[in-house]
Design a protein around this ligand. Structure first.
Ligand SMILES: Nc1ncnc2c1ncn2[C@@H]1O[C@H](COP(=O)(O)OP(=O)(O)OP(=O)(O)O)[C@@H](O)[C@H]1O
Ligand SMILES: [Mg+2]
Length: 466
């Protein structure tokens, strides 16, 4: 097995955390039916209701329900505490090692997703909400600006301890609006409001080598510093689709996906011919648009947006449900929406995933909160298997090196030699002396494995020769 897959990640591959935002000034103060303590959220349908009874309108009133998660952040939790609680620093360290990682905020409209991910201040103008980045205090900054600074600080730290390894970071930022993909970093003007019918947005394509979707013609910028990355991010934030709705003065009308791609090139240990090993990994930070009851009272444009948002979140929920039933060999409908196609590697894939489920504290949102908690509980059952993303060429080289090593070990064992013959030494990938052993194992490498690898190698040769 390649070393990249044998390394045991210390972070849980899937973390699901919940944040309950504080009540807003515009909301009534009431006895909350939603409480978070420790890792548990308790949702009651009615205060002191312990039984499964029917209310006056014969609706089912449920007993209080408890949901357990990795962490639960209550209304008084600060942005810094949430950032720390999400283990973003550890996640960044994993990305630097070569793993993909994705953080996404999920929840109904107005539940605090953008506040948590972005944290910027918004003001309402005649032509809609406008972001006021300069008026945002450092304490209010959300996960994304903090993570950007941390990523570069971490890379600088790594550079100090290993000057040989080169790193480069690139950034892309897109939005999925009405099921079309738009580049938030393309300087050309975006279609305003509902795009023209013929405007199909950017195309999603399948990369069969890396086995993931990518967006064709997306602008990708190299960033040397955190300030560079923040400049691009902020430019994209100004361009994303926002609107004032009856539920939220600055409501995201699109899903935004920020991708930081990290490339690390290091010299292969023990190789003095300048061979480089390349690892590319992505940190993907997603602020979803929120589900909402599409009210007919909203303007036609808002109504259409809500229908589209609900539709793509519906596919996301189906993906989560299918993946949570592991072992049942279910079809996972990734390809049924742009969002789930793009998040395929993150949800149920080979990277680390953090889902942040956001809840509004008002009692009138009981049904919405129950739905969010149920999907978040299902997401916690998803099993990701993170692996380091070696360049396909490097992965092949690593596999061939393993085979060569196995062949050399086999030769040493079966011919009873202490050293490889002269003509094989030039190609050796490791010290070529056999270690005398008592238990049938040489330098941690079992004879059975050597045998097996040797047979496979011979098999490959036979196929090629035939
Ligand atoms: N933890 C918090 N502390 C203070 N205010 C908050 C907090 N979370 C959210 N808010 C406020 O609640 C309102 C709604 O938050 P936000 O815009 O982040 O919701 P959202 O989930 O992104 O909604 P949408 O799906 O409509 O985009 C905003 O005015 C925001 O400032
Ligand atoms: Mg939002």
């Amino acid at each position: 097995m390649p070393t990249s897959e044998a390394q045991e990640p210390s972070l849980p591959p899937v973390q699901v955390v919940v944040r309950i935002r504080p009540s807003l000034d515009s909301e009534e103060v009431e006895v909350p039916l939603l409480r978070g303590e420790g890792g548990t959220v308790r949702l009651s349908a009615e205060e002191n209701c312990e039984e499964n009874i029917a209310d006056r309108d014969c609706r089912r009133v449920r007993k209080p329900q408890d949901f357990r998660f990795s962490s639960v952040f209550g209304p008084s939790t600060s942005q810094e505490e949430v950032y720390q609680g999400l283990n973003i620093d550890e996640l960044i360290a994993k990305v630097a090692e070569g793993y993909h990682a994705t953080v996404f905020a999920y929840g109904q409209t107005g539940s605090g997703k953008t506040y948590t991910m972005e944290g910027y201040r918004y003001r309402v103008h005649a032509d809609g909400p406008q972001v006021c980045i300069d008026e945002t205090t450092p304490e209010s900054l959300g996960v994304i600006p903090r993570a950007l600074r941390k990523l570069f600080a971490h890379l600088e730290h790594l550079q100090e301890s290993d000057a040989e390894t080169e790193s480069s970071v690139s950034i892309s930022f897109l939005q999925i609006y009405q099921e079309k993909i738009y580049d938030l970093l393309n300087p050309a003007p975006l279609p305003q409001g509902v795009g023209p019918q013929e405007d199909a947005g950017l195309r999603l394509r399948w990369d069969s080598l890396r086995e993931c979707f990518f967006v064709e013609n997306l602008f990708v910028y190299q960033c040397a510093t955190a300030d560079d990355a923040l400049r691009y991010y902020n430019a994209g934030v100004h361009r994303k689709q926002m609107a004032t709705t009856s539920m939220n003065i600055a409501s995201s009308r699109s899903h935004t996906v920020l991708m930081l791609s990290l490339q690390r090139r290091s010299h292969v240990p023990g190789d003095d011919q300048g061979v480089l090993k390349e690892v590319t990994s992505n940190l993907t930070l997603v602020d979803l648009a929120g589900s909402e009851k599409a009210a007919a009272s909203e303007a036609a444009e808002r109504f259409k947006e809500a229908v589209n948002i609900n539709q793509s979140l519906f596919v996301l929920r189906r993906v989560i449900t299918a993946l949570s039933r592991s072992g049942r060999d279910e079809h996972v409908p990734y390809r049924e929406s742009k969002l789930t196609s793009l998040l395929q590697h993150a949800i149920g894939g080979k990277g680390f995933m953090v889902m942040l489920a956001c809840l509004s504290p008002a009692n009138k949102f009981y049904e919405e909160n129950l739905s969010t908690l149920q999907y978040a509980s299902q997401a916690a059952l998803i099993q990701n298997e993170p692996v380091i993303n070696l360049d396909p060429k490097d992965r092949l080289i690593e596999q061939l090196q393993q085979q060569l090593l196995a062949a050399h070990e086999y030769i040493l064992q079966h011919m009873g030699l202490e050293e490889l013959p002269e003509e094989l030494r030039a190609n050796s990938v490791r010290p070529v002396k056999v270690h005398k052993m008592s238990s049938g194992k040489a330098s941690g490498f079992s004879l059975d494995r050597a045998d097996f690898a040797w047979q496979r190698w011979r098999g490959l040769r036979l196929v090629r020769e035939g």
